[in-house]
Design a protein around this ligand. Sequence first.
Ligand SMILES: [Zn+2]
Length: 330
Amino acid sequence: MHTTATQHLAANSVIWDAHACMPIRPNQDLSSLERYRQIGASFVSINVRMDFNPLSHIMRVIAGYRDWLARNSDRFVLARSVDDVLQARHAGKLAVAFDLEGSVMLENDLAMLALFRDLGVRQIHLAYNRNNSIAGGCHDVERGLTELGRAVVAEINAVGMLMDCSHSSKTTSMDIMEFSTKPVIFSHANVRALKDHPRNIDYEQIEACARTGGVIGLSGIGIFLGDDDIRVETLLRHVDYLAERVGCSHIGFGLDFSFLSGSGELPPGEKMEQWWPASYGYDFKNMSTMPPERLPDIAEAMDRAGYSGEDIKAILGGNFVRVARQTWTC
Ligand SMILES: [Zn+2]
């Protein structure tokens, strides 16, 4: 009975995955996106690279992804607005937008933000694990936003992108949540009280995010959920924690499923240890991540655990729809 009810619920919900990684070679085939469409997902944000990738490479990735989406417009849409997402859903298509992990690719130039927005980027965080000229990362010496970083936050608000604190240091995330005039998200992060990992966020960060009206997208990465644990019941413990402390209006999913092979395809000369210290459990050959097909199972688990239909709809995607409406102003 629960399964039928959940299937009905999932069919009537916007399912929003706030972060996924596709292969990043130029002229990349994105056929794997079909897996999201097959489970009835409405939207997925795909990564167009991070702080260690040269700008020229990022532009080639964006060009290739845009080209592939345009050539497959019978099933996929590059969404500019929430209305685009809802129209795509109505037409049985999957809406896609891009996200940037870090801010080095801005080359300290605020004008790059509007350009990336016009190319399809709808979500950005300011540091990827390491410190840069704009912000502090979560695997580096603790540091907040720089003066330039404050200007970047204001410009992200102005150009209409989601301000994301994933991969940032705690101080940087607290600075962003103080200075942003729009809701702030963690597109893919988990609860540090349940798994003590520097990529996870503590109660102070969770509460500050909720205070901005934002959403915490829980990741499906095993080493952030527990001891490389991707059981649905483990993810549900993270949902329960957030629901009890800040309520269901601030919970979503950014599973961070990686369609890449290995280490995220680090450019030559960059060292794994610098970006993903082994002491924090990074082992890309063996790490487990929940695939998108697990989303309906998560909905079913929330149903069994007694979450209301309205709350499940909000967590599956309604909350991200809300913050996107408040921030995407293209
Ligand atoms: Zn990430």
